[in-house]
Design a protein around this ligand. Structure first.
Ligand SMILES: Nc1ncnc2c1ncn2[C@@H]1O[C@H](COP(=O)(O)OP(=O)(O)OP(=O)(O)O)[C@@H](O)[C@H]1O
Ligand SMILES: CC(=O)C(=O)O
Ligand SMILES: [K+]
Ligand SMILES: [Mg+2]
Length: 585
């Protein structure tokens, strides 16, 4: 299959099209109703690279080996003129766009873990209004019926109220954790107290100071004098005696024990990992949860304690064989030493990653977590995969209505690193102030993003070439150039017409100054794109004719008051690999 790039020449091309950089200022642009001349190529392009015309033009096209380009029918224009309901965008984003204009929309996406304090319909609605892009369900907790009811509520909210909240299911994973405390919300362990950790199942009443452990081999594996860490050190115990299946421990660091908290044990200052290495990443219970997720049509499945790319590939083929459109994205949670060792291969195999700082901080020294975060965020950006920074961002807000200064600084740093998304865990699941915590993430994101744009703090991140094929390389070059042009020309928005979402991700990867309007044909892709930095996903049916698509989009968006004549836009598409610059007519 031959690939080609073609710079088509417009007969009406403005001789001044490529202006010196300073004259790109908006004030020098043509009057608002003047659209830059745009050339549409309506035939397969066969020119070879040597035919490249180095003279400037507004359209950069390659046929990407896809053959002919179809021409829109007149009914497309009719639809555009009459049917303004045929474009769908999230109601919150629409309101934000109208209120603040293009440039001030939030770029960093927000994920909320749903739990007992956020699962009601009104509570979910408040989170959606507050900017929740993705609702996360942690399969460590709650029954499948409970999770199903949350999924149904979110779907109903989307349908009835015009939100586009995506659903992420997070697997339990097969690491060692405590039982569910017999229904109590928490238990307090005090310094010096003796607690029993046991694999025994307690049916109704849990004996005092006794904790159930989910892993059969627990009593065999631990040794006297081992240190037992709950939730990576929130509470610490020392093993003092083993009696059959019971392990007696003395509390050395007091604290709150939460249901199903993760357990790690340490010997001579290092994490005991042998047993974890033998446990499968995806347990039998996880597979059943995954079947449940596929049946319920979740948008993302996050896999806990990923060790290698293999498990991700396995899950992806499992999903492909079972899900109708295999349109569930797989997110690798980076929370173990092995996942750090195999970081690149894991991220490459996945559709995104999560910096799961909770468990990560239990496996590596805490002071190494920030640099690991930075590395994971950068690697994801290089490899064009969305990344979520998770855990303890606003931990104190579980109990208090305002965050600590340190928490605000931590959130700011994640935004400054330009991670795609920030996640609330306990803050939204069982905290007292889910909406307030979300509002803090939102306002800190907006503030840092604005500061970064106004001060022109573009970090020169050299984006390496990823393209595995020539066609991919063309897409990449187009998006890199379009993003650069968008910054230099100070355009109002980038438009991307994308069937697979790939070109939209590539634009997001460049972290341009302006928002990216991503037009896709399916609702499920629209929801998945919701996780990516700077993307405003729209559902729109479009054809292979870019002129028709643009006319239709302009008409629909103008009818909704989301753009106006004179706005400057750069449009790219993966239909025709093209870049076009224009004022909205
Ligand atoms: N569905 C739920 N039902 C009840 N409580 C929940 C639920 N989801 C979360 N929680 C509570 O919120 C806390 C924080 O949630 P989070 O999802 O971070 O879980 P976690 O147990 O810390 O494990 P993970 O490492 O998987 O994130 C949990 O410890 C639990 O107490
Ligand atoms: C989110 C998660 O799983 C963690 O931080 O451990
Ligand atoms: K989990
Ligand atoms: Mg975890």
């Amino acid at each position: 299959m031959s690939q080609s790039i073609h710079f088509s020449i417009s007969s009406s091309r403005s001789p001044n099209l490529i202006l010196p950089k300073h004259s790109y200022a908006k004030s020098t642009l043509p009057p608002s109703n003047c659209r830059f001349p745009v050339t549409f190529v309506r035939r397969p392009i066969t020119a070879s690279s040597s035919d490249l015309d180095s003279s400037p033009s507004q359209v950069l096209v390659s046929n990407n080996g896809k053959g002919g380009v179809s021409v829109a029918t007149s009914s497309d224009y009719l639809t555009a003129a009459t049917d303004s309901s045929s474009i769908e965008v999230d109601a919150v984003t629409e309101a934000e766009l109208k209120e603040n204009g293009f440039r001030s929309t939030r770029r960093t996406k927000l994920v909320c873990t749903i739990g007992p304090n956020s699962c009601g319909f009104e509570q979910l609605e408040a989170l959606a209004v507050g900017g929740m892009n993705v609702a996360r369900l942690n399969m460590c907790h709650g029954t499948r019926e409970w999770h199903r009811s949350v999924i149904q509520s979110v779907r109903r909210l989307n349908e009835e109220k015009g939100f586009a909240v995506a659903i992420m299911m997070d697997t339990e994973g097969s690491e060692i954790h405590m039982g569910d405390l017999g229904g109590s919300q928490s238990a307090k362990a005090e310094d010096g107290e003796i607690w029993t950790f046991s694999v025994r199942a307690f049916d109704s009443s849990r004996p005092e100071r006794t904790i159930n452990v989910n892993y059969e081999g627990f009593a065999e594996d631990v040794q006297v004098e081992d240190e037992l860490l709950v939730d990576g050190g929130m509470v610490r115990f020392e093993v003092i005696e083993k009696i059959g299946p019971d392990v007696k421990c003395r509390c050395t660091d007091p604290g709150l024990l939460l249901p199903r908290a993760n357990l790690t044990f340490w010997r001579g200052g290092s994490l005991v990992r042998e047993r974890n290495a033998m446990l499968p990443t995806i347990s039998s219970k996880d597979w059943l949860d995954i079947d449940f997720g596929i049946a319920e049509g979740v948008d993302f499945i996050a896999i806990s304690f990923v060790k290698s790319a293999e498990v991700i590939n396995h899950l992806k083929s499992y999903i492909a064989a079972r899900s109708r459109d295999s349109d569930i994205a797989v997110i690798a949670k980076i929370e173990s030493i092995d996942s750090l060792k195999n970081l690149e291969e894991i991220i490459l195999a996945s559709d995104g990653a999560m910096v799961a700082r909770g468990d990560l901080g239990a496996q590596i020294p805490l002071e190494q977590v920030p640099s690991a975060q930075q590395k994971i965020v950068q690697t994801c950006r290089q490899l064009n995969k969305p990344v979520i920074v998770a855990s303890q961002l606003l931990e104190s807000m579980i109990e208090y209505p305002t965050p600590t200064r340190a928490e605000v600084a931590d959130v700011s740093e994640a935004v400054r690193q330009r991670s795609d998304a920030l996640m609330l865990s306990g803050e939204s699941a069982m905290g007292q102030f889910p909406d307030k915590a979300l509002a803090v993430l939102r306002s800190v994101s907006l503030r840092i993003e604005r500061w970064w744009r106004e001060e022109k703090r573009h970090e020169a991140m050299e984006l390496q070439d990823m393209g595995s094929s020539f066609s991919d390389s063309i897409s990449e070059e187009i998006c890199n150039s379009a993003a650069k042009m968008a910054n230099n020309l100070e355009v109002d928005a980038l438009f991307v017409y994308t069937k697979t979402g790939h070109m939209a991700s590539l634009l997001s990867r460049c972290r341009p100054d302006c928002p990216i309007f991503a037009f896709t044909a399916t609702t499920s892709l629209r929801r998945r794109l919701n996780l990516q930095w700077g993307l405003i996903p729209f559902r729109l049916s479009f054809t292979d004719d870019m002129e028709s698509n643009l006319n239709k989009t302009f008409a629909l968006l103008k009818a909704r008051g989301m753009i106006k004549s004179g706005d400057l836009v750069i449009a790219v598409s993966d239909i025709l690999q093209s870049i076009q610059v224009m004022n909205v007519p």
